[in-house]
Design a protein around this ligand. Structure first.
Ligand SMILES: Cc1ncc(COP(=O)(O)O)c(C=O)c1O
Length: 395
């Protein structure tokens, strides 16, 4: 065996600046502060946007049954189980009232985050740039940074919609894509179909991709189509629509998402997906097939329940308890302006340590400190939202 007498400090491995320069996961950083709590009362966890409720019984029954079948332990075709691709294409045709979405347009991924990473890798490389609407979903910003891709932050209008005129000024020869999230994380704001159409037109004009993360599509205040871009016969040339079943079917741990795109993007993304996961988890794919076929009513009920929670949350925040002002809300989120003159990190720390209320600092979603916080109200029960109001009022 080869032995060395060199001190341990000299033989430490080195790390790539592309990851050492990144922030740690904001969710992990928030959880790390829990150890410093000074009270002994239940935590109000408004950090991660993860469903706290169980999946539909029909889905869990199917998971149990599928686990016993030998085929479930195998890989699936790289783009996903054909039955799932067909079922999702049908779901999309119905919810977008669009006839031109086929199973071949659907690529199943291990969650929407993986979908985004593969899409970015297929579109851009160091030296290229991507336009990212702000406030952004932090994992999008982190991945673009990790890949050495130039990030052009797109400002929002006063109502926190992406600013189309500003986007037009950010496009140059290096630009490969515009990234929008609707409903937005962290703002909860749904981008109106007309504005999405304008962005699709802008992208098509410049032959760049419009990457639309539609993770929270079911949690919009309406069941009308989210946009009409799929009606454009050439949508496959520049639209890339990303989806997640994590919230929709309350199965974040089963890791299933999807890319909806033309064949060219799909071919490139599959090269990346093959390297990182070979296929999305088969048990999750089985769960989603059942969810799409048999849990439609359950999905709608959950969305309605969360909409009622939102109303409750909005009412609770109406008087700006403790100086916390609700600026926008929707899907799972409230985007809150903190008063009090403290830095955002100090506010978050105090909320956790003294008020047992776990939230994410807005600095995870913006490149400067704007005194904002993200509250994932959908994690709470109605009585916990009342308790949140009481705790904030005493802040
Ligand atoms: C906007 C957005 N995209 C993607 C994801 C990740 O979804 P998935 O669990 O499917 O990877 C999230 C999760 O919070 C999200 O908020």
């Amino acid at each position: 065996m080869h032995r060395t007498n060199r001190p341990a400090t000299l033989v430490r491995m080195k790390f790539a600046a592309r990851t050492t320069d990144l922030i740690d996961s904001p969710i992990g950083a928030a959880f790390a502060m829990l150890d410093h709590r000074v009270n002994d009362r239940p935590l109000l966890d408004l950090s991660q946007a993860a469903p706290g409720y169980a999946p539909a019984p029909v889905v869990t029954d199917r998971i149990a049954e599928a686990a016993r079948q030998p085929a479930t332990s195998r890989y699936t075709p790289a783009a996903g189980l054909p039955e799932l691709r067909e079922a999702f294409a049908e779901d999309l045709r119905r919810s977008y009232a669009a006839s031109d979405i086929a199973a071949v347009d659907v690529t199943i991924t291990a969650g929407c985050n993986q979908a985004f990473c593969a899409v970015v890798n297929a579109l851009a490389e160091p030296g290229d740039s991507v336009i990212l609407a702000t406030p952004f979903y932090f994992n999008h910003d982190m991945w673009l940074q990790a890949e050495g891709i130039g990030i052009r932050h797109l400002s929002s209008t006063d109502d926190l919609l992406p600013d189309l005129d500003h986007a037009a000024t950010l496009i140059d020869d290096t630009t490969r894509a515009i990234v929008l999230v609707s409903p937005g994380n962290p703002t909860g704001v749904t981008i109106p179909p007309d504005l999405i159409a304008d962005f699709a037109e802008l992208a098509a004009e410049h032959r760049i991709a419009l990457v639309l993360d539609e993770t929270y599509r079911t949690f919009r205040p309406t069941e009308a189509p989210a946009h009409a871009v799929f009606d454009n016969p050439s949508w496959r040339d520049t639209l890339i629509s990303l989806h997640s079943f994590s919230k929709d079917l309350a199965i974040p741990g089963y890791r299933i998402g999807a890319i909806v795109s033309g064949a060219d993007l799909q071919r490139e993304a599959l090269k990346i997906l093959d390297c990182v996961a070979i296929s999305a988890p088969r048990i999750g794919q089985e769960a989603v097939i059942t969810g799409l076929h048999h849990a439609g009513g359950w999905r709608r009920e959950q969305a309605q329940r969360i909409a009622r929670l939102q109303e409750h949350f909005v009412t609770t925040m109406a008087g700006c308890p403790g100086g916390f002002e609700l600026v926008t809300s929707g899907a799972y989120f409230g985007w809150i302006r903190a008063g009090g003159g403290r830095s955002t990190d100090e506010t978050v720390r105090r909320l956790i340590v003294e008020f047992d209320t776990l939230v994410i600092p807005g600095t995870a979603f913006t490149s400067t400190d704007q005194g904002m916080l993200r509250f994932s109200f959908a994690n709470l029960a109605p009585a916990e939202i009342d308790e949140l109001g009481v705790r904030l009022a005493t802040y």
